[in-house]
Design a protein around this ligand. Structure first.
Ligand code: HEM
Length: 542
């Protein structure tokens, strides 16, 4: 029908063409347009002078494929290795690999950039934008302000006990085979540490946010990590599709995703529902405790319910629901990845494991003593956590920013308006200038002379930097350190001989030239997917 009317309209210009001829004409026109566009992108385009892989200079599809495939971080790092510190990774996209660029693009509050269009797709399925996907700067400042009290130093001290309860559950569940009276010298059966770390992530985050763990550690809602993996991958590449602007109005902030006919979308809807239901239950509990003047639970949402800006405005119900779902994903997976990576590298580096264990056991006389502020004063623990977060940043590729009218200067290069720019944590963390022997696990690099520590810190980008950086960073450090400290204080850990150290490249899903055998592997989605290590525990001999 549409084709017939198109033919009517064009018949005066293209008299008596058949359907086939019309299609051939359209195809040829498109082919000529595409060839001219390629020539333009390689010659007259403002980014034509920048180096990069040919295919990435002429088309956005490789980037989309890398996002789908989970190896975008490796591709970008390899491109920097080949071409230098600034690389064209898409027709309109540059990636910079220096600490100075990190400052110019992300740390500088006045940088002439905005979050790129990709962020418009991040909250598909939620009723509103979460704070992370807000692009408008003043509106983001308001959203961030409403969250800040929940992440203050005072709040963190309140948060510690909520996190700690879940650490105890995790360790009890994981090590129960060696905690019986008659099994003191017994190693547990092999345990998939990655799974326990992921379950712990969701449990502590839900407990901390709403006062109700999701009980994945106790065998409830165990579909959730797979849902987050699927949703992350989907949202990661969909946001870069050339026709994304057309599908956004259908997909975003509507309930369409809940009605798509697949198990993954149904489970995703269930996951969003959990965030919403728990928030509503938490609101009711807060109202009761205020009415009855009972002990108030000072968790994340306690602070958010009471936050107001200077004109007395609070977050709307939709905004709180969107942030609730975002917290569940943001707070859990990064912590799970950091824990798995830390244990992988400690097992691969027995000297580091011994140094850390000695530091922990000599610093605390009992497991109950393991808490703030002393936890944050242990140098080697700090080095281990920093190094795990450096080697395996959970968001590994650039947080895309679009240059605004007027352009900007990055590393002495003038970048025109409309260009998408960023710095990729994985590439930056493997830049030898800042991290000599960058693929090696060296907690000491964070404890050495002032100058090299300052250099390492200046390029550290796991939590991003500047006004959009991770607001939950201190919570994350606490959630990571409590597990590592309590586990290694009370238990010995080893790799089962028959299994070997799982998590490195070279096998199964982790095959590929760029996936190194001794490196903990990640599928670079919105949050990363990983495997292993598989480990055994035995109660420490006192
Ligand atoms: C190891 C753990 C974590 C890592 C590596 C991490 C990383 C990040 C990164 C890279 C961003 C910036 C993303 C962007 O610009 O697009 C971010 C933002 C954010 N993170 Fe985290 N995160 C972690 C844990 C947490 C936790 C525990 C929470 C809260 C419970 C949290 C809440 C947030 C929020 C609310 C934002 C958005 C901030 C804003 O836009 O103003 N994160 N995180």
């Amino acid at each position: 029908m549409a084709l017939a009317s198109l033919k009517d309209h064009t018949s005066s210009i293209l008299p008596s063409l058949s359907y086939t001829e019309l299609l051939a004409f359209a195809g040829t026109t498109y082919a000529i347009y595409s060839v001219l566009r390629i020539i333009y992108r390689l010659t007259l385009h403002p980014l034509a002078k920048y180096p990069g892989n040919f295919i990435e200079k002429i088309s956005d599809w490789p980037l989309i494929y890398y996002c789908y495939n989970g190896d975008r971080h490796l591709r970008i790092q390899e491109a920097h290795r080949k071409y230098g510190t600034v690389v064209r990774i898409g027709p309109n996209t540059l990636d910079f690999n220096t600490a100075t660029a990190l400052s110019a693009i992300h740390r500088d509050r006045n940088a002439n950039v905005k979050k790129a269009d990709w962020y418009d797709t991040v909250d598909a399925g939620s009723g509103a934008r979460s704070v992370q996907s807000v692009v408008d700067k003043p509106y983001h400042a308001f959203r961030r302000k409403m969250l800040l009290p929940a992440f203050s130093e005072t709040a963190l001290r309140e948060h510690e006990k909520f996190i700690d309860n879940n650490v105890t559950t995790m360790i009890d569940e994981m090590c129960k085979e060696c905690n019986q009276e008659d099994s003191k010298d017994v190693w547990t059966s092999p345990v998939d540490f990655m799974l326990f770390a992921a379950w712990y992530g969701f449990d502590y985050t839900a407990d901390l946010a709403f006062g109700s763990p999701m009980k994945l550690l106790e065998n409830e809602h165990r579909y959730v990590p797979d849902v987050v993996k699927w949703t992350s991958q989907f949202l990661y590449y969909v946001g870069y599709l050339p026709f994304a602007p057309l599908i956004r109005p259908i997909l975003i902030h509507t309930s369409v995703i809940k009605h798509l006919p697949s198990k993954n979308t149904r489970d995703t809807a269930k996951f969003f529902q959990i965030g919403e239901e728990r928030l509503v239950a938490r609101q009711a509990a807060e109202e009761r405790s205020v009415e009855n003047d009972k002990d108030v639970r000072r968790d994340i949402f306690h602070y958010i319910f009471h936050a107001r800006d200077e004109t007395g405005v609070a977050l709307s119900q939709e905004e709180m629901i969107a942030d609730a779902s975002f917290f569940l994903a943001a707070g859990s997976d990064g912590v799970g990845i950091a824990l798995s990576a830390a244990l992988f590298y400690l097992l691969q580096n027995p000297e580091s494991l011994t140094t850390l264990t000695t530091e922990l056991r000599s610093s605390f006389a009992s497991v109950d003593e393991i808490r703030l502020p002393k936890l944050n004063q242990l140098p080697y623990l700090y080095g281990v956590v920093e190094e795990a977060l450096r080697l395996v940043p959970c968001v590994s590729s650039q947080f895309p920013r679009e240059v605004l009218p007027g352009g900007m200067t990055v590393d002495d290069q003038y970048i025109p308006a409309g260009t998408v720019v960023g710095t990729s944590p994985y590439a930056l963390h493997h830049n030898e200038e800042n991290y000599p022997d960058s693929f090696a696990f060296k907690p000491e690099r964070w404890l050495g002379d002032e100058e090299s520590v300052a250099r390492a810190k200046s390029a550290f980008n796991t939590f991003s930097v500047g006004q959009y950086n991770c607001i939950g960073k201190n919570v994350a450090y606490l959630a990571i350190k409590l597990v590592i400290a309590k586990l290694l204080w009370g238990y010995e850990v080893r790799v089962p001989e028959e299994v070997g150290l799982i998590g490195g490249g070279g096998r199964g899903a982790w095959k590929g030239d760029l996936r190194r055998e001794n490196e903990y592997q990640l599928l670079d989605y919105l949050v990363g997917y990983r495997e292993g290590p598989i480990v055994q525990f035995r109660k420490r001999k006192v």
